[in-house]
Design a protein around this ligand. Structure first.
Ligand code: HEC
Length: 149
């Protein structure tokens, strides 16, 4: 009896750890979606689809800076190999196989966001900073994100 209870308890603990890890995967997707939304709003201004709006730019840059701060701890070993529950993309195993490369992409992204934050004050400066940030997103995705068919 005691043994069965212990085993059941261990299984429950194991299950809740898996749920916690799956939540991390979901939170990461939400963070990435927010990145896409905020950079997308800036790109729309660059393309002239929306008027330049400093409040939107400032709020978007603050969220991207948050992401840059979170990225170094967003992909712990415990979520390696987990599949997203829906969505078009998943994590590449290279995140863990090439940590140095992954961290280099994070640093590059953080630098570009910090620069954008200090320099973006109008449409002309946004025309420089938005594509630079988009390039830093893409440089990471190219190697560390897998598109699901
Ligand atoms: C250092 C690496 C890295 C950087 C920088 C990065 N991403 Fe990602 N992104 C990933 C990985 C890994 C995934 C797949 C796993 C996930 O979604 O958590 C992803 C997924 C995404 C997704 C798909 C989310 C979904 O499932 O719907 C979007 C959208 C996205 N990123 C946007 C961005 C944008 C925009 C930027 C730049 C402002 C950015 N990312 C910067 C690594 C990065």
């Amino acid at each position: 009896m005691i043994r069965t209870a212990l085993v059941a308890g261990a299984l429950l603990l194991g299950a809740s750890a898996v749920i916690a890890q799956q939540n991390v995967v979901k939170e990461n997707q939400d963070t990435m979606k927010a990145n896409g939304k905020n950079l997308g709003a800036m790109v729309a201004m660059v393309k002239g689809e929306k008027p330049y709006d400093q409040a939107t730019v400032t709020a978007g840059l603050a969220q991207l800076e948050e992401t840059a701060k979170k990225l170094p701890t967003m992909f712990p070993d415990s979520i390696k190999g987990l599949k997203p529950d829906g969505g078009k993309y998943e994590m590449s195993p290279k995140i863990w196989e090439d940590k140095a490369g992954f961290n280099a992409r994070i640093e590059e992204f953080a630098k570009v966001v910090a620069e954008a934050k200090s320099k973006t004050t109008n449409l002309d400066t946004l025309k420089v900073s938005a594509p630079a940030m988009g390039k830093a997103c893409g440089n990471c995705h190219e190697t560390f994100r897998i598109k699901l068919e």
